[in-house]
Every structure is written in structure tokens, then in C-alpha cells.
Design a protein around this ligand. Sequence first.
Ligand SMILES: Nc1ncnc2c1ncn2[C@@H]1O[C@H](COP(=O)(O)OP(=O)(O)O)[C@@H](O)[C@H]1O
Ligand SMILES: [Mg+2]
Length: 251
Amino acid sequence: MAETGKRGITIEGLRKRYGSGDTAVDALKGVDMTVSPGEVVGLIGPSGSGKSTLLKCLGAVIEPTGGRMTLGSDVIYDGKWKIKDLRALRRDRIGFIFQAPYLIPFLDVTDNVALLPMLAGHPDGESRKRAMELLEALDVAHRASAMPSRLSGGEQQRVAIARALANRPPVILADEPTAPLDSERALSVITILNAMAKQYETAIIVVTHDEKIIPTFRRIYHIRDGKTEEMAGEGRSVEIKKNNQSEEETA
Ligand SMILES: Nc1ncnc2c1ncn2[C@@H]1O[C@H](COP(=O)(O)OP(=O)(O)O)[C@@H](O)[C@H]1O
Ligand SMILES: [Mg+2]
């Protein structure tokens, strides 16, 4: 897991076609994108524009049909996969945050977060300590020994975010991570992602159409019709407005 080389993400001319013949869909038609270590970049675009497809290619969940992807100093795809062990790549170097939390139902909250560091070879005690620190940062430590089914939707999502951060992967891919959260917690998630990016030189891509968090990005990629366009964001520092309604009440 300890990756000493260059970090960050480079995508060049990435293409993805689903299916073939008459029913083929060209979801990505030559996407270019770079994310530096320590940077949190927004990816926005209308429904069906290829956002999830791009994250799935980068996360080695599906295979592109052309172009090039580089993680750190390793070319992982160049017309074909350049990495033999894609499972190890996903496990050790990429943290995923989805819209739905997908927690493991038979492990408590702490072990859901501690599992990946344990699998990566860290001692159980150290893995659980790291899990607790993240649960505290995400304001869900009071649920540490609960089973996932006992948590609200918003709490489950914050546990899922803690899990994505637990292995300190060089790359984090987040698909609508703040969708189930209220404004205050959505912004605190962005604060945490920014802090993680800085502290561990993580390169983070956040797919979102959440108006609350879009102004926080310094750089935004707009994806439209399978192609990306880079735009300057507002890069507003996160101001957390306290409000009285928590998402626990609305979830
Ligand atoms: N497994 C699939 N098979 C065929 N077409 C797909 C598949 N997944 C996505 N698509 C198509 O690819 C395009 C991009 O989809 P997607 O990446 O999910 O967009 P977004 O996440 O921006 O809403 C859409 O036209 C969608 O219908
Ligand atoms: Mg999507």
C-alpha cells in the first residue's frame, strides 16, 4: 500500500463504448482530466453524461475502450490494462464513496471501517484506532459499536466515508457522496475530504450536483456529451452554518 512515487491522477483521451453495433452507446468520447495530489476536484454534468462511467473506469470497475489513465507514476491503462492485479489496485489504492453506503450488515460500525486496514495488514488494534479517529471526525463515533441496520441513512453514509478514507488511498472517487446529508454535514464532509487530501496527498474526484458543495471546489470539470471541459470554481472556504435540523430527523 505504501506508494512512495508520484501521486495524483492523469486521464488522457479516455473512451468508453457500451455494447456494440446498432445499440452501442459512446458514454465517453475522449475525456481529459488531471487531479494533483492534495486536490479535491468537482465533476458535474447532466444525468447520463458519463460521470459514473468515468469513475468506474478510473476505479477499474469497468474496462475503457481507449485512451490512457495514470495513477501516480503508474500507467494503469493504455488501450488495455497495464496492471495485473486489478483487485489489489482497487483495494489498496482507491477509496470509493457511493450514493448508497453499502455497509457490511454483520459487522459493527467500527469493524466496517477497520476492515480494509486489517486486510491491508495493519494490526487489529491500530486499525480500530484509526477507525475511531475517522468516526470522530465524521461525527458518528457515538455509533461505533452499533450494527449498520440501526443507523439512519445519513449516519450510514458518514460511516461509508470513514471506510473510504481508512486505508489512506492515494485516490478517492466519490459519486454523489453528500446526496443524503443535510447542509451542515455535507459541508463537513467536504472539509474532511479537503483535510485528507492535504494531509495524505490524496487526489479526490467528487461527482455532484449538490448546490451546497459546488462553490467549494477550486477546479471543476464539466462533462457533457461524453467530453470534459475544465472550469475555474469559486474555491470558497467551507463555512459551516449551524442549523437546528439534523439529517437524523429527516432521514
Ligand atoms: N452498463 C451499461 N450499458 C449500456 N449503457 C450504459 C451502461 N451504463 C451507462 N450507460 C449509458 O452510458 C451513458 C452514461 O451513463 P452514466 O455514466 O451512468 O452517466 P451519469 O453518471 O453522468 O448519469 C448513458 O447514456 C447511459 O445510459
Ligand atoms: Mg451516475
